[in-house]
Design a protein around this ligand. Structure first.
Ligand SMILES: [Zn+2]
Length: 136
């Protein structure tokens, strides 16, 4: 699989570029104001082209999580077991982003306030920017 092509697709390229520069940017429609994730080239609500990208604070609340016990292709650099969380971002229209969890696992509970940091994750033979979530 060509991971570089996944990172530089036309719709989400600004997300990856911002993340690689140490900040989170999310997509918001300039026509109807709807936040969108995954990124799109055209708003599904109002049909506007060229959605805008906005800096978004890396904080949210825990929507769900899962613990992975077995490695799978491309993730050997992470080590097992690891916990992945899905965080809701109220400041971005309640869009949700995935990331590895770095906190005390006994704190995991729905709506746990989270803060994120940008790190890199070894995926295959590349280091890709990724969000790590911790308890706020
Ligand atoms: Zn729209």
């Amino acid at each position: 699989m060509d991971y570089e092509a996944l990172r530089t697709g036309p719709a989400d390229a600004p997300y990856w570029q911002a993340l690689s520069e140490g900040r989170l940017e999310m997509q918001k429609c300039q026509g109807c104001g709807k936040w969108t994730w995954p990124a799109v080239s055209r708003c599904g609500e109002c049909g506007t082209w060229e959605p805008e990208w906005h800096a978004v604070e890396l904080k949210g609340k825990l929507f769900s999580w899962t613990r992975t016990w077995h490695p799978f292709a491309g993730t050997e650099g992470i080590g097992t077991p690891y916990v992945t969380v899905l965080a809701t971002l109220p400041q971005a229209g309640d869009r949700r982003l995935l990331g590895l969890y770095e906190g005390n696992e006994s704190l995991l509970a729905l709506d746990l306030p989270l803060v994120g940091r940008i790190a890199t994750t070894r995926f295959g033979d590349q280091d890709i920017p990724a969000i790590r979530w911790l308890p706020a």
